[in-house]
Ligand binder design. Structure first.
Ligand code: ADP
Length: 783
């Protein structure tokens, strides 16, 4: 016989054997008593005797004879079903005859089996053993509630000691921890002090009745979540039960209660509570994460952030000590520690842990730091469990967050998850802080540049409102205060700038120019549209350069003008010198040199005078110039020079009439310079072709030669003032580097342009393009 299962229970299984034949009862009882220490057998000789014997405590298994004087077995079963100690778990009816209808009645009374006599001791033991085993299986929760955790605690509040004893017996059998209270006040006290997982609450109790106690429990935020099952007397008015439920009772059980039903109800409520506890704890965690996030969001200093994360993590997880180890940008380790005790945290195998986590990206729970190879704490160690999570910034390991506790096994996987969530938030906050600090640094640099820039720098939004103004910009407006958020004042003399701004905005292209300021200053302006809309305006004060330029121009124009007459005299008299009398060969040579030098000087002076005119903005004439005539005149004028070098100077013309509006003398000057250069930079017997033609609304005048050509590296600069090419082929050719610069100025003044193509040793082609003036405009001018 297997007695193992029985002896292991703390409370014995109570078996009641009832038979009016005393021998039978005692024989069977003796046999059952041999099942082991876990069994308590009671024998009775009648129904009444049986009820007397089990008055105070219930019975688990009942064997009763059917036919007995005074009370039949069925009557006894019915009575025991309403027993205050609960009805028997297993009931067996023993009968000599299988009376018709007996089984139906037995079924109604939930009799487990009708056993037909004769019943032998072995048979009864067999039935009892089976019942006990089944009872153990069904009465204990299939899956133990929170197996790894503490026992679930139930507070039994009842003023009747019998009831308490009975409930203790049942609850203890189920493995619960029990706390008891015998009146309302004590119940409340214990609910608050013990925080039980469930309360079994009797309604009729001294000091405070169950309803009052229930009301107070539900009003107290600390304990209001504890499930309460009220125990009501059968005589209680149903409306009172309703009252209890309305007060917040989770369930009720009417006395005398059925043991199985009560246990099942308790289990259900505990399961619900357990689920609710998890939800509540998740809510708390979420709320906490939100709070931590909020606190972190308010800081931008990495050090401060780490301190907050550490403190909040230690507090939240109830750790003793915490540490954050961060790898800095320069790969040095920054360590932050926070502790609620004096215990110093040491991580013997830190490098290995770092490496593992960097590879697996997973946190660790170390339940026993002494015996875990990953930690291997020394003898002096006081921190027996730890949890470690990584802090990742994008994909790189920023650092580790480590918490430790004195108690081994303190940390569980839920701690790991929660800490991981905190660490993720921390990593985001740290990354934000870094970005913020970088940005702030950049902003400081930019501010320094803006602060110290000599140029006035303005930022305008897309509606032309001033968004930013540097200190130099503040000094820009002397007659009014430019305010941020407002557009520049109109009709105050800044209209040229405002016009340029409008142009830049409309075209969405950079614009530059010179603007005269109402206070007589001159600024060079660069306006650059920006992607976000609006534009950056940089104004550079060029007043000083303007003055210098004016002085230079005035000086040049006076001196060249003053030089013009003496040069004319020198040239005139030098021409006369040979005519005044015979000169010897040497004297003739000197005269020639004076002539050549004074011609050069004259050309230079003429060119400088030309520039002085241009620079001082002397207005051009606007007259109709027939380009066909002009080029003919030029060819005629230069034919003698070309002949001297035996060059072929040719003109090609189309049939189109080509008239432009401009300054005849200036245009003639431009062509003189181009053709003069062509003859000058082409060796003897070369060819120079001058052509003029119409291309759409433009006239193209081309001067092509078969001369020395211009080296590619010099080409971009030949139109600069005083620029000359120095190489072997043009060595010794006189000039001052102003001719082409003058051509460029003249062409621009006529809204045209000049360009050059050239190949060294083969020749050059200069093309002057001028806009053709429509006839109606010409006639208007000519009138
Ligand atoms: P310059 O007084 O020297 O002629 P220009 O301004 O007229 O000054 O010309 C600048 C330089 O460009 C010349 O020194 C010369 O080297 C080059 N250049 C101009 N025209 C020609 C050309 N037709 N062929 C070759 N080189 C030329």
């Amino acid at each position: 016989m297997n007695t193992q299962a029985l002896t292991s229970t703390t409370n014995p299984v109570r078996i009641l054997v009832v038979d009016d034949h005393p021998n039978t009862a005692s024989t069977l009882a003796r046999a059952l008593a041999q099942l082991g220490a876990g069994v308590e057998v009671i024998s009775a000789s009648s129904g009444k005797d049986a009820l007397d014997k089990v008055k105070t405590s219930g019975v688990d298994i009942l064997f009763t004879d059917m036919i007995m004087p005074e009370m039949t077995g069925l009557e006894l079963i019915e009575k025991l079903q309403n027993h205050p100690g609960g009805r028997p778990s297993y009931t067996y009816l023993v009968t000599a005859y299988d009376v018709p209808g007996l089984k139906v009645t037995a079924q109604r009374l939930k009799v487990n089996e009708v056993v037909v006599k004769p019943i032998r001791p072995e048979r009864i033991c067999q039935i009892a053993t089976k019942a006990i085993e089944e009872m153990k299986l069904t009465s204990q929760p299939k899956k133990p509630i929170a197996p790894s955790r503490k026992k679930l605690k139930i507070l039994v509040a009842d003023d009747k000691p019998d009831n308490i004893t009975l409930l203790i017996r049942y609850l203890d059998f189920e493995g619960y921890e029990i706390v008891t209270a015998v009146n309302g006040l004590e119940t409340l006290e214990k609910v608050r002090a013990e925080l039980p997982d469930l309360v079994l609450l009797d309604i009729n109790m001294p000091h405070k009745d169950g309803f009052t106690v229930l009301g107070e429990i539900r009003d107290d935020p600390l304990v209001q979540f504890i499930p309460v099952i009220i125990l009501t007397a059968a005589r209680l008015d149903p409306s009172e039960v309703q009252f209890g439920l309305n007060l917040g009772a989770d369930d009720y059980v009417t006395k005398p209660f059925d043991r199985h039903e009560l246990m099942a109800r308790i289990r259900t409520k505990l399961r619900v509570k357990e689920a609710e506890d998890i939800i509540r704890s998740r809510n708390r965690e979420l709320n906490l994460l939100y709070e931590i996030g909020k606190e972190l969001g308010a800081h931008t200093d990495t050090n401060e952030l780490l301190t907050i994360v550490l403190r909040r993590s230690v507090e939240t997880l109830g750790a003793i000590s915490g540490s954050i180890l961060v790898t800095n940008a320069d790969n040095t380790q920054l360590k932050k520690s926070f502790s609620t005790s004096e215990i110093e945290m040491e991580i013997p195998k830190l490098d290995e842990i770092f490496a593992t986590i960097a590879e697996t990206h997973q946190g660790l729970v170390i339940s026993d730091t002494r015996n875990d190879v990953r930690w291997q704490a020394g003898e002096m160690n006081k921190l027996n469990s730890a949890v470690i999570v990584p802090m990742f910034e994008r994909n790189s390991l920023l650092g580790l967050l480590v918490l430790a506790h004195e108690q081994a096994g303190y940390f569980e996987s839920e701690h790991l998850l929660l800490l991981q969530a905190i660490a993720s938030q921390a990593a985001i906050a740290i990354e934000n802080a870094r970005l913020y600090s970088n940005m702030a640094q950049e902003q400081r640099k930019l501010a320094a540049v803006l602060q110290h820039a000599a140029e006035a720098i303005l930022l305008l939004d897309q509606d032309g409102r001033l968004v930013l103004l540097n200190p130099a910009g503040e000094k820009l407006f002397t007659d009014y205060e430019a305010k941020l958020g407002q557009p520049l004042a109109r009709v105050r003399g800044y209209d040229t700038l405002i016009k340029l701004l409008d142009e830049a905005r409309e075209s969405n292209m950079a614009k530059s120019g010179e603007v005269a300021w109402p206070d007589q200053r001159t600024f060079s302006v660069l306006i650059t549209p920006i992607d976000e809309g609006g534009c950056v305006v940089i104004l550079h004060d060029v007043t000083l350069f303007k003055t210098l330029e004016r002085v230079k121009n005035e000086f040049l124009s006076t001196t060249t003008h003053d030089l013009k007459n003496p040069i004319g005299i020198i040239m005139g008299f030098t021409d006369l010198l040979p005519k005044a009398g015979p000169l010897n060969q040497a004297q003739l040579g000197f005269v020639k040199q004076i002539q050549s030098a004074s011609e050069n000087m004259n050309e230079l002076v003429q060119n400088l005078l030309q520039f002085a005119k241009i620079d001082m903005g002397i207005e051009l004439k606007r007259e109709s110039v027939d380009l066909n005539n002009l080029v003919k005149e030029i060819v005629d004028e230069f034919q003698p020079q070309a002949q001297i070098k035996r060059q072929k100077l040719q003109l090609t013309q189309g049939k189109d009439e080509l008239v432009v509006l401009g300054d005849l003398l200036q245009l003639k000057q431009a062509l003189r310079n181009l053709v003069g250069n062509a003859i000058k930079f082409t060796p003897e017997t070369g060819a120079i072709d001058l052509s003029v033609e119409k291309s759409l609304a433009e006239a193209l005048i081309c001067v092509k030669d078969s001369g020395y050509g211009i080296p590619a590296e010099d080409l971009p600069f030949v139109f600069d003032r005083f620029y000359r090419v120095y190489n072997e082929s043009v060595k010794g050719i006189e000039g001052n580097g102003l001719g082409l610069a003058i051509v460029k100025s003249i062409s621009e003044q006529h809204n045209g342009h000049i360009r050059v193509e050239s190949e060294l040793g083969k020749g050059s082609l200069f093309t002057l393009t001028l806009p053709i003036t429509p006839n109606k405009l010409l006639s208007a001018v000519n009138v």
